[in-house]
Write a protein that binds this ligand. Sequence first.
Ligand code: KG4
Ligand code: ZN
Length: 353
Amino acid sequence: MRILGIETSCDETAAAVIEDGYLLLSNVVASSMDLHAKYGGVIPEIAARSHIESILPVIQKALKDAKCSWNDIDAIAVTYGAGLGGSLLIGVLAARTLAIVHHKPLYAINHVEAHVYANFLTQTDLPGYTMRQSQPTFPILAIIVSGGHSQLALFDDHFTYKLLGQTQDDAIGEAFDKVAKMIGLPYPGGPNISKAAMHGDGFAIKLPKAKMNEKYDFSFSGLKTAVLRQAQAQIGQDYTFPSTKLPERLSEPQKANIAASFQRIALETMVDKALLAFQEFSPSSVVIAGGVAASPELRQQLLDRLPLPIDFPDLKLCTDNGAMVATLGYFKAVSRQAQADPYSLDIEPNLSM
Ligand code: KG4
Ligand code: ZN
């Protein structure tokens, strides 16, 4: 069974074809990131316009790379939430139209759940991919760390999961992006914090971990403020010093130490909770999902601290892509989950897990 997946929830216009829930046949991503970089964050209007321009060429390339015609596609899966309204709308309208024109079943996909399903892809002939050795087995503990979400979820089976905990304020990726901006690293912050941190000492700057009432919840807002105060202190200033002037005053070694210390604490916060959940629920597999799952530091901390071998998805399957959407679509199709109505499927920008 071959599924076409379409993803346009943020600034990536993405489409992919997967087969039987494990084989990646194509994975095309056109990002409007460069257009947002000069603003230091995604501008919804610009993202939506870019989706309009890219959506059809991206879908056509996904079919071509997979050597598929429409006859070879069994169903279409599309992200309908969570995300930016204007962005989601382009993907959903394209998918609805294509489903009607080509008489294909349509599946509506939750973006955050889809991130978890990147872990089911284990094979590809595409060049440049390092795939997982095997699919995860249930029960699965999912550590979800993206730009918009930070959650711990326990999956007992496909479509049967419970949310153990989540962030009470910023998502972890958002915190990476904001700290990067604060110390003058370019957008997107996550990969640039990762790079800068390689030259810094993760123990150089003392930062707090938030204490939460709920065992599996976390918070990153206080950490962000603590980073600001420490950055001000590094240049001998107090809390009144404007954050916008920090980049020009901080030296490269100071920036590297801030990046490394923030990264260590932010990721440790997630790994601490994952370890607690591992001890309580004894999952058979632990998976990481979302853009921050591309972080080498997160992968290293998990390998060091969790008492089971962990298999990681390819970096290109961690950030937003159509393959994860198609994979979840496949499992919906084979488990006879409800199809979406191509004449009425609406977006849900605030969809949660
Ligand atoms: O999942 P994603 O592509 O988009 C959302 O669904 O939000 O995640 C994007 C987030 C951004 O905040 C970005 O800074 C972060 O993932 N990210 C990273 C790395 N690569 C991307 N964070 C830390 N280390 C990385 N290597
Ligand atoms: Zn995402």
